[in-house]
Design a protein around this ligand. Structure first.
Ligand SMILES: NC(=O)c1ccc[n+]([C@@H]2O[C@H](COP(=O)([O-])OP(=O)(O)OC[C@H]3O[C@@H](n4cnc5c(N)ncnc54)[C@H](OP(=O)(O)O)[C@@H]3O)[C@@H](O)[C@H]2O)c1
Length: 252
């Protein structure tokens, strides 16, 4: 990958950490964003010990506008050639039982932060005609499972739309749409995982390898894992009333 510096949100765990580790192994300097500064410090130290790269940390809660503005401002700077909008989390309550501030927090991190960071990075990327933005969406973007899947529908459509507008340039925008991936995501959301069969689980490192391969090919949507390539086609081409029924059934 021909970029020199990447900014990654949610880089302390799961898919974001694997992006950091993989890009570092390819000699790419990093700007790492998450809320937990101690964890960012540890990861920065580990990566610079293992790879000959520079790592900068930027502790920020992406739902707090002043902190998001700092991240967006960093993304707009000359050296950033790849942005990975990955930070995220899930909710385990139904919309009717959850408090509205939790739903708002989800929208702030999964939609507003992605939009503002991408908007800030774009002029520099377009001017230099290289690199791009990888937005971590979800297979849930084709389902109808509350605010979470609605935010991921936005992320996927947004990425496709920008990719089409940039089709004559060397800048790419891509949505990665993983299915169940072994990270801290489910624990943090308090979701039980016992009923999820083994074949449905992806490994975060493989998600990242698949995503980077697809990004280099110039794709605008990446669906890691053969099982999810099939399921995503089913979800996209089944009549919507059936998708809606399946989405309700999968929450039981
Ligand atoms: N795991 C799955 O099954 C799965 C499936 C499809 C899509 N995804 C998507 O993949 C992305 C990464 O999730 P993951 O599975 O890797 O989860 P994870 O292991 O829980 O990691 C989440 C990362 O996001 C950061 N983060 C969370 N809230 C933040 C905030 N308000 N501001 C800044 N950083 C924040 C966390 O660090 P701090 O806590 O230190 O802030 C952490 O680094 C998410 O967008 C998720 O929706 C996950």
């Amino acid at each position: 990958m021909c970029v020199s510096t990447a900014l990654i949100t949610g880089a302390t765990a799961g898919i974001g950490f694997e992006f950091a580790d993989e890009l570092a192994s390819r000699g790419i300097d990093l700007v790492l964003v998450a809320r937990d500064k101690a964890r960012l410090d540890t990861i920065s130290r580990e990566l610079t010990e293992r790879y000959p790269i520079a790592v900068e940390i930027l502790p920020a809660d992406l739902a707090i506008r002043e902190q998001l503005d700092l991240v967006a401002n960093r993304a707009s700077q000359q050296d950033i050639e790849l942005v990975v909008n990955n930070a995220g989390f899930g909710l385990n309550e139904s919309f009717f039982e959850d408090d509205v501030e939790s739903e708002q927090y989800l929208l702030d991190v999964l939609v507003t932060a992605v939009m503002r960071i991408t908007h800030a990075a774009m002029p520099g990327l377009i001017a230099r005609d290289l690199g791009g933005v990888i937005n971590v969406s979800s297979i849930a973007c084709w389902m109808t499972s509350g605010t979470y899947s609605a935010t991921k529908s936005w992320v996927t459509t947004f990425s496709e739309s920008l990719a089409m507008q940039l089709r004559d340039s060397k800048v790419n925008v891509m949505a990665v749409c993983p299915g169940y991936t072994r990270t801290e995501f489910q624990d943090r959301a308090g979701m039980g995982t016992e009923s999820i069969p083994d074949w449905m689980w992806l490994h975060a490192h493989q998600v990242v390898l698949d995503a980077l391969k697809d990004f280099e090919k110039g794709k605008c949507i990446s669906v890691p894992g053969m099982q999810y390539k099939v399921l995503s086609l089913v979800a996209q081409y089944l009549p919507r009333p059936i998708v809606r029924k399946l989405s309700v059934a999968s929450r039981r």
